[in-house]
Design a protein around this ligand. Structure first.
Ligand code: CO
Length: 423
């Protein structure tokens, strides 16, 4: 469906563009558009068209990020970077990622039509890979800009054995030049991403948009519970060292502790039973524990209490419990001047300025090494994402684009970023 530019609201035009982008997908339910895929390559032409309409000059960088720059950005003036990722999960939705690419482009196009000249450089990026679905690596595009890209990632292979190096070459770029993409922090004003909330908070509070204060920190543990295998028919129940029963008690205890707190979330998402046979007492269970909170103190406090509870559970059944930290990434704070200026823009558009944190990772986790980051969340139906039924309304899209246009046109005093006109 195409909507008329004369009569449709900005929100309706935005949704129509997102519908169009969603057709660049592998066949099947929802949207499947992986990094450096044929769908990615074809989508670049559509994005190039939108970028041109927004007055931006377009290049495809060595990491497969499509970059649109306004004349001031090309001239080397301090530049604000807007954008998000073009890729989706397998059978994902139309909005996760693409909203944050399409929205700033339509906002800039509209400002241009209204002859509003922004007194700073603007650039819109469509990162190739944020979801990390195809290759072992993720955030390739944003890490490249931040100068934290590790060239060893180029050797990572997808399920078909194609390396990231080969895939990027197939997209038509030269991956050996990724390390040249690092930006000069002195010329970047900040990075702002618009994204669907992927959670229920805005919906519960009946709000169209919210301003993000921080991106969550994440830690993951491997927990191995070792007992003793035995014949399931001939070993008496008393005195068994059943690793699965011990692990089950641990999972319930973890869930109990996490439910008793309201400041963080966590999950046991993976469980492996050995020998995993119908008639053998489980000898060993390995499971994952993931904890997320924007506050490191909170996360570490939960870790301490949870892990301390596992040992006694193991001991009571004569099991051995080994715990190792597999991954830890610190949370990232959004810049106060971006939070405050986005809030001001919300209020100016007649919207309450709700603050919330992001429980999901985003390109900001990499971009924060380069510059200040900010995010605006848009309400999504049922808090649902990574699913074909992902949905936002035209009214909410309209609010979000007006907030971003207002925010952009008020950000005219970067020497005193929080000192924009007060209302
Ligand atoms: Co996303």
């Amino acid at each position: 469906m195409t909507v008329s530019a004369e009569t449709a609201s900005l929100g309706e035009r935005l949704l129509s563009r997102l519908d169009q982008a969603a057709t660049y997908s592998r066949p099947g339910p929802g949207v499947t558009r992986l990094y450096c895929s044929e769908e990615h390559r074809r989508l670049l032409l559509l994005l190039e068209e939108w970028m041109t309409l927004a007055g931006l000059e377009v290049t495809l960088d060595a990491a497969g990020t499509l970059v649109g720059r306004c004349p001031r950005a090309r001239a080397g003036e301090p530049t604000l970077i807007l954008g998000s990722h073009q890729d989706s999960v397998i059978e994902g939705g139309k909005y996760d990622g693409m909203l944050g690419v399409a929205l700033p482009l339509l906002a800039l196009e509209t400002l241009r039509e209204r002859n509003i000249d922004l007194p700073f450089g603007v650039e819109v990026v469509a990162f190739g890979d944020e979801e990390g679905v195809r290759f072992p690596s993720t955030l390739v595009g944003s890490r490249a800009l931040a100068g934290s890209f590790d060239p060893a990632m180029l050797d990572g292979r997808d399920a078909d054995g194609i390396s990231l190096r080969e895939a990027l070459t197939g997209l038509g770029v030269d991956p050996t030049r990724i390390t040249e993409l690092a930006r000069d922090p002195a010329r970047v004003l900040g990075f702002v991403e618009v994204h669907i909330e992927q959670g229920p908070v805005l919906e519960q509070e009946d709000l169209a948009v919210g301003v993000v204060t921080s991106l969550t920190g994440i830690e993951r543990h491997h927990i191995r519970v070792t007992g003793k295998a035995g014949h399931a028919g001939t070993t008496p129940m008393k005195g068994r060292h059943d690793a699965l029963v011990g692990a089950a008690e641990m999972v319930v205890e973890i869930d109990r502790q996490l439910n008793a707190r309201d400041d963080m979330v966590g999950v046991v998402g993976q469980l492996e039973v050995r020998p995993n046979a119908v008639n053998v007492i489980p000898a060993q269970v390995t499971f994952s524990l993931e904890l997320r909170s924007p506050q490191r103190v909170t996360r570490h406090d939960a870790r301490r209490h949870i892990l301390a509870a596992l040992e006694p559970i193991a001991a009571a059944r004569g099991l051995q419990c080994d715990i190792s930290l597999a991954y830890e990434a610190e949370g990232v704070e959004c810049a106060p001047w971006l939070i405050e200026s986005l809030e001001r823009a919300c209020r100016e558009c007649g919207e309450p300025s709700k603050r919330l944190f992001s429980g999901a990772g985003h390109d900001g986790l990499a971009m924060c090494d380069l510059t200040d980051i900010g995010m605006l969340f848009v309400r999504c139906r049922d808090g649902l994402s990574h699913h074909p039924d992902e949905a936002i309304t035209a009214d909410d899209a309209d609010v979000a684009i007006r907030v971003i246009m207002t925010w952009l046109s008020r950000l005219d005093r970067f020497s005193d970023p929080v000192g924009a006109p007060s209302d």
